[in-house]
Design a binder for this molecule. Structure first.
Ligand code: IPD
Ligand code: CA
Ligand code: CA
Length: 252
């Protein structure tokens, strides 16, 4: 099944590159004042769904742009056609196609394709995580002082009352560095391959994280919510190499 996931991920990535070339002229719609979606997001999601239904017509779909189907299948495909639409529209390379396959709600395969960066991160449950053809693993750094973390501000975009700024202000002084790439799926994949020690954010959705969480777990990382429990992403998400989780949670 992972070969099929990778195949449609690569094809969707090629589509995203073609759309990226026209990103300056794409029609924009606004889910909210700062939350944009383009016709490219919709076209790529429609393509992915059509490829899935050619092979698995009875499977359910949970797509960011088309929502949830209700076929009652044990299998569900969780799709974010462009994770990082703001990056995409602004001509920046940090965007990805994120596709996960879940069985009875548990992710069994996933791929995060960052086509402009020519990297496909992928994993199948119990079989490790990869970037292209290379096995990946989380970093071994075990102190925030030696760590680079990333985050995002979906909460601000959604004008949430409880937002990320108080956490950001507490954590930033304790870190070696901070990054804000603009794609949660890439953030999770970068923790998985050891380029980051951790990533946290509030107000993400299942399609932002489904594939990236499996890739991270298969790379030896761990995920929790911002209370240290497992109600992510609803209670926020903290993804790490497993060595800085406790220090992070104590710091906030
Ligand atoms: C967004 C990206 C971004 C995160 C936002 C998400 P989208 O996804 O993952 O990094 O900070 O919260 O909404 O909207 O571009 O698919
Ligand atoms: Ca997203
Ligand atoms: Ca998206």
């Amino acid at each position: 099944m992972i070969d099929f996931v990778k195949k449609i991920s690569v094809s969707a990535g090629k589509m995203a590159i073609a759309e990226f070339a026209k990103s300056g002229s794409l029609k924009l719609d606004f889910k909210s004042e700062k939350d944009i979606v383009t016709e490219a997001d919709r076209r790529i999601e429609d393509f992915i769904i059509s490829e899935i239904h050619k092979k698995f017509p009875d499977h359910d779909i949970f797509g960011e742009e088309t929502g949830k189907t209700g076929k009652g299948s044990e299998f569900c495909w969780v799709i974010d056609p462009i994770d990082g639409t703001t990056s995409f529209v602004h001509g920046q390379p940090f965007f990805s196609v994120s596709i996960a396959l879940q069985k009875y709600g548990a992710t069994i395969a996933g791929a995060v394709n960052a086509p402009k960066l020519e990297e496909v991160f992928w994993a199948e449950k119990g079989k490790g995580a990869f970037c292209n053809k290379t096995r990946i693993h989380v970093s071994s750094r075990d102190r925030l002082l030696n760590s680079v973390l990333s985050t995002g501000f979906a909460c601000l975009r959604s004008d949430m009352k409880e937002n990320n700024l108080p956490i950001f202000n507490k954590i930033l002084p304790r870190l070696r560095g901070i990054r804000r790439y603009g794609s949660a799926a890439i953030d999770l994949s970068y923790v998985a391959c050891g380029r980051l020690e951790g990533f946290w954010e509030l107000n993400l959705k299942p399609y932002d994280i489904a594939a990236g969480v499996l890739i991270l777990q298969e790379a030896g990382g761990e995920v929790c919510d911002l209370r240290g429990k497992q109600n992510y992403p609803n209670d926020g998400i903290l993804a790490s190499n497993g060595k800085i989780t406790e220090e992070f949670l104590k710091s906030i």
